[in-house]
Design a protein. Structure first.
Length: 156
């Protein structure tokens, strides 16, 4: 019996501490703070302040009706029609966004691509002109120089 009275006293103390929340009354003034324990001493816990739970509760079982999915309020064909409308409404904005993105990309990338192609083309032209000059122009220049190299003794 003493144990039963101890449990009831603990429950009463706990309810007195928590009654101000339900009633809206001001909380009782806190008890004076205990003096700090000296260093190295074990902390003392007042067992009367800790509630003791002796029963184990299991969660209630969910009813079978809650497990079934509720019927949709809006018919699926109406949902599909509205989705198609929204997609059509967004189409001009998407097209404009794509056009803007392509234009920005061309503004940034096209000059660099053209410069790389022209550099390659310039290199090809210089190489081709050099080959043609070696094949055709150099022999002609040599012939012209040899034709002008008439000995001076023959002139007079």
């Amino acid at each position: 019996m003493t144990e039963d009275h101890a449990i009831i006293d603990q429950a009463n103390k706990l309810m007195r501490k928590r009654v101000f929340v339900a009633s809206g009354a001001l909380p009782p003034s806190p008890p004076p703070a205990p003096e700090p324990a000296p260093a190295g001493a074990a902390a003392v816990i007042d067992i009367d302040d800790v509630p003791l739970l002796t029963e184990i509760f299991s969660p209630p079982e969910a009813p079978a009706a809650a497990a079934e999915a509720p019927e949709p309020v809006i018919p699926q064909d109406l949902i599909d029609a509205r989705a198609a409308e929204l997609a059509q409404a967004q189409l001009p904005f998407q097209r404009q966004a794509m056009a803007d993105e392509v234009a920005a990309w061309l503004d940034n990338e096209l000059p660099q691509v053209v410069v790389r192609v022209l550099d390659g083309l310039t290199d090809q032209i210089i190489g081709r002109v050099t080959e043609e000059a070696k094949a055709v122009l150099v022999p002609r220049l040599q012939d012209a120089l040899e034709a002008d190299n008439i000995p001076l003794d023959d002139e007079g």
